[in-house]
Design a protein around this ligand. Sequence first.
Ligand code: GLU
Length: 472
Amino acid sequence: MTKKNSEKRKTFRQNVEAFVDDAIIKLKISEDISKIIKACRSVIQLKFPVKIKGKIQIFRGWRAIHSTHRLPTKGGLRFSPDINQDEVEALSALMSYKCAIVDVPFGGAKGGLKIKPSNFSDNELEIITKKFTRELTRRGTLSPARDVPAPDVGTNPKMMSWICDAYKSLHPEDINWMSVATGKPLEHGGIRGRLQATGRGVHQAMKEFFRHPDELKKYKLDANYENKKVSIQGFGNVGSNTARSLNEDGIKIICISEREGMIFDKNGINISNLIEYKEKKGTINGFPDGNFEKNPDKSLYVNCDILIPAALENAIVLQNVNKIKAKLIVEAANGPISFRANSELIKKNIPILPDIYANAGGVFVSYMEWIRGISHIRLGRMNRRYEENRGREIVEAINQITDKKISKKSIQSIVYGAKEEDIVNSGLEDSMRTAFQEIKTMKNKFKLKDYRTAAYGIAIKKLEKSYLELGL
Ligand code: GLU
């Protein structure tokens, strides 16, 4: 990289701020608002000791609270050896915008711990996570009413239940302790569908985009959604659940990558088999079908219709943007495209469904899990049998007034009370569809070229309204 290029390279936080500034200019929003919105309200940095294998180790972690116009603040907790304050702040800002876009009444936050999880045993991770939780709780940061983490890169449902347990030990009187974290295991207050939510949301976002022929026409895309070939960069929770959800809809995934390499199969990868293989072996390397290739970056450059970056930030930057061949990009990861790469893709008229919209399904279902926790009842528990009984009465009434037979399938769907996962998925679908329609309206109203500026515009306007109404 030349010196000139490296000097210009923005940090992740600067990239996010550049997107905000760009939207502010294009939507003619006051610059003062931009200052309020961009400022990360507080960042706490912690250094805490933990004894591991008889030796003291000092761990460093952060929790950034980007906006507090709504409480609690919400956002994942990332465990990674490369994490830094800039990244945590950028991710917390994305959380504020994401929540605003899908109308989740939370502020934005994000946490990070500088640690390589694979270097520690489960038992050690539990001790470290609980210590981190206690340190945050003691400072008043973490609580079901103030700030609620969830899984992110390097963290998982089990860790969320450790967080709840550590919080409860300090606040046994808090009846809502279960809602101090979301993305928990089902046996510990989790909600059905949360694990799959981000991936399913990405799928819903894409599906909704293909329901708008007027938009497709602008990018010379046809509405034949099922025929599209997809490449996914990243096979963690988000990548694998996106792949599974698309595959269940009959869409071909021709390429999938993870850190160690990628699998390519022009006839489509059998996703269930690949997931099963990875669960057993811990890697996709050695999967018997398709071709394995060591360089995972190539998954970004394959000849496909839809590219889904589902790994980390800055996957597509100025240096590699010209290699992208996809006709549509759906951002399942947070911040996968840099500001400058984004401008190049807009010039090429490649549509992008941006992270703050496309991957918001996760936090939407977290919101449902939080509600479930504070209301202490499973969704659907009160009315499921009632709905079933009503359905049965409707079928009987129809049977009495006509001799025509209702098909078994219709009877089944009339006599069906929604289960928790049905309610979750229906809420998720509604949020993703409504949000796209709002983004489209904003895009057309301001004659914008891209969905990202429109999405930022919506988020900024919602935040602006809420700040001005509350008082700064
Ligand atoms: N880590 C996820 C995200 O980046 C989920 C956040 C949450 O559910 O609070 O959106």
